[in-house]
Each structure stands twice: as C-alpha cells, then as structure tokens.
Design a protein around this ligand. Structure first.
Ligand code: CUA
Length: 174
C-alpha cells in the first residue's frame, strides 16, 4: 500500500465533499461574502429607513416577473410572519437581523440561511410545488429561540396575486 497516494486520495475526497457541503447548507463563508461585496446595514435603524422598513418587507414582484422577498429576523420572530411566493419561480431572498445571529430554515427543504446583524444575507430559493412550510430559526439566539417560527406559503403561479409597483405580497392577500 502506498501511503502517500492514499493520503492524497483521502484529502482530495474531503475537499470534494466540502464544496457541495458549503452549497447545500449555504454555509456562511466570510471570505466569500467579502469577495461578493455583500452590503451592510445598520441594525438599529432597520425600521426607520432604507430597504428594510416595514412597508418594504414581504414579496415584491418586478416588472419582469422576478420575485424578491425581504425579511427581518429579530428576537424572537421573523417579519413578515408569513411569506407568500409563487411555485416554480426563482425567489431572491434578502434578509437581515435586528439583533442576534439567527438562521432561517424552511422545514422540509434544503434551505438554511444564516442571518447576521449588520449584513444582508442573500439566497436564491425555488419551490417547485405549492404547499406550506414551517419556517424555523436554527441558530440558538436566546430564551425565545425555540418559539421563533413562522410560515412560508407556496401558491400555484397563476394564483399568486398580480402585484402593482410598491405593493407587497403577504399571506393575508391570499
Ligand atoms: Cu432566532 Cu434562534
């Protein structure tokens, strides 16, 4: 047995396994975020001005049909409490935290997005079938962590309300 060859082989396999793992769990790689030049926000003034004011949260539809969801994670809830997206359409998620580190996960899916105060976390999501998913926090963030949950509703594409500019989709609109 050639130990040198074996060592190279084991290392190669490990590295090859790590690459999909970072994609699968959307592991937060500080270097990657730095290279991508992710934007920063002031967690203390989220509700007052900028992209994450209350009226701008929820599902937004661009003129080209593209879908963007903006959310805030805070102790101990996600805002909005229930998000509505169309099935089979790529969803661009933008989320930030108002306080601690949280992790937004959609039960029954592979999506798990780490949310940090001061940074906008971005993710591309797509849900092929209509349904309801429980949204939970997977990062221990304090006494209310286990109660930090909300919902995601995926509706058939043709049942998603046509949103006018400035309008945001939510579960009540359903
Ligand atoms: Cu938020 Cu745990």
């Amino acid at each position: 047995m050639n130990w040198r060859k074996l060592r190279v082989f084991v290392l190669t396999v490990l590295v090859l396994c790590l690459i999909p793992a970072t994609r699968y769990y959307q592991i937060d790689v500080p270097l990657m975020r730095y290279l991508k030049g992710s934007r920063t926000v002031d967690p203390l003034s989220l509700h007052l001005a900028g992209e994450f004011v209350e009226s701008n949260l929820g599902t937004e539809q661009g003129a080209d049909g593209s879908v963007t969801v903006r959310m805030i994670a805070q102790q101990y809830l996600f805002v909005p409490h229930c998000i509505l997206v169309p099935a089979g359409v790529p969803v661009h998620l933008r989320i930030t935290s108002a306080d601690a580190v949280h992790s937004l996960a959609f039960n029954g899916t592979i999506y798990n997005v780490k949310v940090l105060p001061g940074t906008i976390s971005e993710a591309r999501l797509q849900f092929s079938n209509p349904g309801e998913f429980k949204t939970v926090c997977r990062e221990f963030c304090g006494a209310g962590h286990y109660a930090m949950r909300s919902a995601l509703k995926v509706v058939p594409r043709d049942q998603f309300p046509v949103l006018r500019s400035g309008e945001r989709g939510n579960c009540e609109a359903q």
